[in-house]
Structure formats: C-alpha cells, structure tokens
Design a protein around this ligand. Structure first.
Ligand code: CDP
Ligand code: MG
Length: 154
C-alpha cells in the first residue's frame, strides 16, 4: 500500500460558490494527505460527459451535467496511503442525507444533486480521472515536510 497512491477530488460548482474550497481542502490536509495538483476550471459539457461517461444512461445524467457545468470546479489530486478509499470516507455517502455528520457531505449538503464534492471510487478510476483532468506537467513532485510525522515508513 503505497504512500504515493493518488485520487482525483473535485469541489463541484455549489461547493465553490458556497465558500467550501477552504474547508474541504483543510479536511484532506489535516488528515495528512498531500496536495500535488490544483486548479479552478470550467471544463465544458463534453469534458464533463467524459468524466461521468459511466452514468450516461441514468435519468439524472442531463441534470448532473448541467449542475457540473453551472460554475467553476476546483480540481485537485491528493496523494497518500489508501487515499482513494479514505477520500471516499471523508466525502461521505453519495446522498448527503445518508452521510454521517463529520463527513464533508454529511456536514455541508442536503440534496444528492448538490453534494458539493467528487472523489474517485477506485484506484483505476482515479488514474483515468487524473489523466482526463490534468496534464503531467501540472502535477508537482515534492516531499512534504510532514511526511516522516505522518508515516511510520515510506
Ligand atoms: O459521486 P459518487 O461517486 O458518490 O456518486 P455516483 O453514483 O458516481 O454519481 C455521480 C453524481 O451524480 C453524484 O455525486 C450526484 O451529484 C449525482 N447523482 C444524482 O444527481 N442523483 C442520483 N440519484 C445519483 C447521483
Ligand atoms: Mg462516482
């Protein structure tokens, strides 16, 4: 279980508009994960349809694309041991009403179609999503000064 596993986390347009960029970043930072890429972006409908291609047949798909295309998205890559699985735990359940307090969705959201944040659901989808949203040159390689205080061994 590598400490260099990466996940794609995106603060959705409602999260950006509601001033949740800072609080959401803080949760990942405070857990000990390392930020390796970040940008504010409105990538357009075609890109968003690619990102959610697996959901293309769902009745909520058109509304989902409209929601995601309604404002800027804060796209990020976070790195750390088991960050994909743990990122999903930090986010909470897809439906915020089913999310425990203490999770991002459980603290900041109510409706499923306004659930403020995206996180990759597997290492394989994280790799696909990172390749869709970021160029290699946008990903920063560095050793966090916290590293030896967060991990027992690399
Ligand atoms: O985001 P997550 O991986 O938890 O859920 P998903 O099943 O991959 O769905 C992607 C997104 O579609 C959700 O985060 C919701 O914003 C939206 N969605 C919706 O609007 N209505 C549903 N019944 C299910 C999902
Ligand atoms: Mg998903």
């Amino acid at each position: 279980m590598s400490s260099s596993e990466q996940t794609f986390i995106a603060i959705k347009p409602d999260g950006v508009h509601r001033g949740l960029v800072g609080p959401i970043i803080t949760r990942f930072e405070q857990r000990g994960f390392k930020l390796v890429a970040i940008k504010l972006i409105s990538p357009g409908k075609e890109h968003l349809e690619k990102h959610y291609a697996d959901l293309a047949g769902k009745p909520f798909f058109p509304g989902l694309i409209e929601y995601m295309n309604s404002g800027p998205i804060c796209a990020m890559i976070w790195e750390g041991r088991e960050v994909v699985k743990t990122g999903r735990i930090l986010l909470g359940a897809t439906n915020p009403l089913a999310s425990a307090p203490g999770t991002i969705r459980g603290d900041y959201a109510i409706d499923v179609g306004r659930n403020v944040c995206h996180g990759s659901d597997s290492v394989e989808s994280a790799q696909k999503e990172i390749a869709l949203w970021f160029q290699d040159s946008e990903v920063v390689k560095y050793k966090s000064s916290q590293f030896d205080w967060v991990y027992e061994k690399p």
